[in-house]
Design a protein around this ligand. Structure first.
Ligand SMILES: Cc1cc2nc3c(=O)[nH]c(=O)nc-3n(C[C@H](O)[C@H](O)[C@H](O)COP(=O)(O)OP(=O)(O)OC[C@H]3O[C@@H](n4cnc5c(N)ncnc54)[C@H](O)[C@@H]3O)c2cc1C
Length: 288
């Protein structure tokens, strides 16, 4: 299907993109386009209004790349999912992003889709949101007036991932003493989108779970934390068998929302799998 006509703008600097974004009426931003172009086609099919202007962020070098600075990993918004998968900069806890990225869709989508698009598209079948919550990442935005703000990932998704600013980058504090685990199940064998995803972080201290974050994406609401499961884990030692007991301490509302029996079962499989993974990894932190 052909898209309805629009004016495509291709600024070369962030400042120029912000100026256009502030000045043009009826405008959308484009990163990799994997979500946006489908969205514009859906709007056309429904007979709804489509934007007059699209600003591509593709030619803006300030929005690309992964680096480490001052104890933080910085991932710019236009970094593709494939670049995240292949990056040697993502070590320690940030290496969990390799696993999340590897599981996203197909190579063709990973080549085009960006971190920024994944986090800001307000589509719940995405995997970076739960991962960023567990990593305690901060999302950085610049407004059309040039003002910069940083928001914890958890807050962003609690507020339904709404923004009228340009998302520029994410920062993740480096931390060598935490263990991370990731689990996802796919929705359909035909189009690889997730049915659910989970990312768990813990800081093993003297054989106990501590500062645990359980970030859950049930793929029908925005990614959120299971504080009930976190509380249970934080009161316990890291030991084999704890994963079975943990299933009695879940915030069921998260897992039951619009879930089939299969999905509820897969959540329990995922939680056990992720906790077992953490138990295995916690040996690496046995000095603590
Ligand atoms: C076939 C298919 C399979 C998929 N499977 C998976 C999967 O398995 N796992 C998964 O996690 N995701 C999956 N996705 C979703 C995919 O990851 C998203 O489509 C992608 O991440 C969006 O990124 P993009 O760069 O293409 O964004 P775009 O499509 O360009 O933009 C998406 C939205 O975000 C906004 N936006 C983009 N960048 C910025 C920015 N810097 N600041 C402010 N707003 C911005 C745009 O305005 C637009 O509204 C799949 C998508 C498809 C089409």
């Amino acid at each position: 299907m052909l898209l309805k006509p629009f004016n495509l703008h291709t600024p070369k600097r962030l400042a120029a993109a912000l100026e256009l974004y502030g000045a043009l009426p009826d405008v959308r931003l484009q990163a990799g386009g994997t979500f946006l172009l489908n969205n514009l086609k859906t709007l056309k099919r429904k007979g709804a209004k489509t934007p007059q202007h699209v600003i591509s962020l593709f030619h803006i070098p300030e929005l690309k790349g992964i680096s480490r600075e001052g104890g933080h990993v910085i991932i710019k918004s236009m970094t593709t999912i494939d670049e995240i998968y292949n990056s040697s900069q993502l070590t320690g806890k940030s290496s969990i992003l390799h696993i999340a990225a590897k599981n996203i869709s197909s190579q063709l989508i990973r080549n085009m889709a960006t971190l920024g698009g994944n986090l800001t598209c307000r589509y719940t079948w995405t995997e970076m949101p739960a991962t960023m919550i567990a990593l305690e990442a901060r999302l950085h935005f610049t407004g059309t007036n040039g003002e910069e703000i940083a928001v914890p990932a958890q807050e962003f998704f609690k507020n339904a991932a709404k923004t009228d600013k340009v998302f520029t980058h994410v920062t993740i504090a480096e931390d060598a003493s935490v263990a991370m685990a990731y689990f996802r199940a796919k929705k359909s064998p035909y189009v690889d989108i997730p049915l659910l995803s989970l990312c768990i972080k813990t800081r093993p201290v003297q054989g106990r779970f501590s500062e645990t974050i359980v970030a859950v994406n049930n793929c029908v609401t925005f990614a959120q934390r299971d504080y009930v499961l976190e509380g249970f884990l934080n009161e316990n030692h890291i030991r084999p068998g704890i994963e079975e007991q943990a299933l009695a301490y879940l915030d069921e509302a998260i897992y039951d929302t619009r879930s089939s029996d299969y999905k509820k079962h897969m959540f329990r499989v995922g939680i056990k799998h992720a906790i077992r993974d953490l138990i295995g990894k916690s040996h690496d932190y046995s000095r603590n």
